[in-house]
Design a protein around this ligand. Sequence first.
Ligand code: ZN
Length: 388
Amino acid sequence: MKKTLINLFFLSLLFFFILPTKQNPITRFQEYLQINTAQPNPNYSESTKFLISLSKSLNLESQIIEFVKGKPIILLKWVGKNPKLSSILLNSHTDVVAAEHHKWNYPPFKAHIDESGDIYARGSQDMKCVGLQYLEAIRELKSSGFEPIRTVYVSFVPDEEIGGHDGAEKFAASDEFEKLNVGIVLDEGLASPNENYRLFYAERCPWWLVIKATGAPGHGSKLYDNSAMENLLKSIESVRRFRASQFDLVKAGLKAQGEVISVNMAFLKAGTPSPTGFVMNLQPSEAEAGFDIRVPPTADPKSLEKRIAEEWAPSSRNMTFEVWMQVEDANPFHLTHTHTHTYWPHESWCDTVMVICTTFCTKLIFWSLKERIVTLMTKVYARHKNIA
Ligand SMILES: [Zn+2]
């Protein structure tokens, strides 16, 4: 397998160096980034227009599916030589998270390229680069005369950043999806800070936790037990200690980021508003905090639930909590089965990915891996500039 990987690496290098100058994936990438698809008001009509026009330029069949009005799924199809075989689906999401414009060195939807070739844009990694890489890879493969054996679908889904309920969730449960006869899906992973490309077959499950403390209101000059603020602070300290214990495992190199339970505070809500800010001499009767928790498939959800109920929001401290999970209890984790016969006959998951690499699309694999790709693409861009 090592040798194959080395061969793939050189193939991908070759790919970058023979890229014809008349094509410019960078400008197409910039154009995609310049469409403001930030939640909560993503401009899906512009992104749809853009993706459909790219699809036309690639002679792909295209379809716009709307399970919820105004939230389009763009589905592209490249028919394989043997469409009876299970297909390959390349998925990405079109929406991005919001940006605090004033904190950016360059406007987040300008896709500015600096002197060193770095592109600044919201969504450049998560995950417009991946969607565009799929299409650029198809462009290259088509121009080289390549024909896939299996049918390849490329889907661009909405609303991933807000849970995907009106996008991927409805799509995956639909007849339309069933008809695709999907054998394997490639989707987003983690950015890599070095040259090692990592493949993932599982996803941590988001738990969005809100804990709420209630207590008697009181004058700011008095000391008394069980105020809402005091109870919430105790919980926050407990959460903080747990967070540190998980982070220490990562810092010590004992676990990877994706192997620990991450906890990050998302909001704090307390206090009595006044015209100038908050009333300062009043202890409020309610206080709450929200946390974004990510639970890996290897963690024990029961013990985490117990920890939340007993340590982070115990009823003995007048606390309540709510947890919102992205998937239902019956299937608490996104985990790809790695045993044999799952997708391709007689192939394990790893072998299946390698099959895609070697017999279908070396380029897709390399183009679909994040992080370094932006650098690689900008190097191509810089080379174009030099030639020009
Ligand atoms: Zn993403």
